[in-house]
Every structure is written in structure tokens, then in C-alpha cells.
Design a protein around this ligand. Sequence first.
Ligand code: DQA
Length: 144
Amino acid sequence: MIYVINGPNLNILGVREPNIYGDITLKDIEENLTAAARELGQIIYFFQSNHEGEIIDAIHKARENADAIIINPGAFTHYSYAIRDALMSVTMPTIEVHLSNIHAREEFRNNSVISPVCKGVICGLGASGYVLALMSLNSIIKNG
Ligand code: DQA
């Protein structure tokens, strides 16, 4: 099972700054991922929260039954040492995904405190970043 964890404000994708994030909704992203996962024989568990503690709880839960994690921590990316610590406590591969290219935006977005504890990072490719992360994790789970 692959956990897909989305952080704050990602529940309002589609209406939120469409010039940056496009008009795709989180539901669209989840539907795309479900279809891609079905073809790969993977099961996806989706979780979104606007609250740091709930995201940490979801990561702890992943320790019990997940093979991998895809996480877009939203703005927590840039300052949540607590989410970073939670990810450090899990041994499964994790890929950090951002819809936008955080390196091409405001300076405060250029740094991620999450990236150093992830297997890989995908940013700037929009919703397809999640599917690419899924394909990569599927291969890691099956082939190491
Ligand atoms: C984001 C980038 C973050 O800087 C921002 O706070 C978000 C979305 C992205 O997917 O591009 O909420 O994680």
C-alpha cells in the first residue's frame, strides 16, 4: 500500500491560485492516481489535512501498513521539523512532490526541510508529478 499525504491548502486546488497550480482538483489527482495504481497492482491510501499534527499521525500510521509514501507537505515543506522527524522515523521510501517548481518562486519556498529525508523529490511538473512518484515507488517496492 502506498500512502499519498497532502498538506495544507491542497484541498482547495482548482480554486487556489490557478495561475500557479492549474485548475486540477485534489479529487482529479486522486482519480488519476487510483487509475495508475490499479494498472500497477498497487493500492493507494489518500490523506489530506490542513493540520501539522494530523499529518504526523498519518505518517505514524503509515509505519504500520504502508510500503511507501508520497507526500506534498504544502507550506510545511519549508519549516516543519516535526514532519521531517516523523519521516525520519519511517524506513520505507518516501518521495516529496510539489505541483509548482518551488525553486522558481519566492525565496522562502526555495528550501525544503523535508527533501533531505526523502528518497527523491519531484517538483514543477504539476499533477503528473504524483503519477511519476507512484511509478518510481512501484518499481522500488517490487525491484528494490
Ligand atoms: C506546494 C508548494 C508550497 O510552497 C506551497 O506552500 C503549497 C503547494 C506545491 O505543491 O507546489 O502549498 O507544495
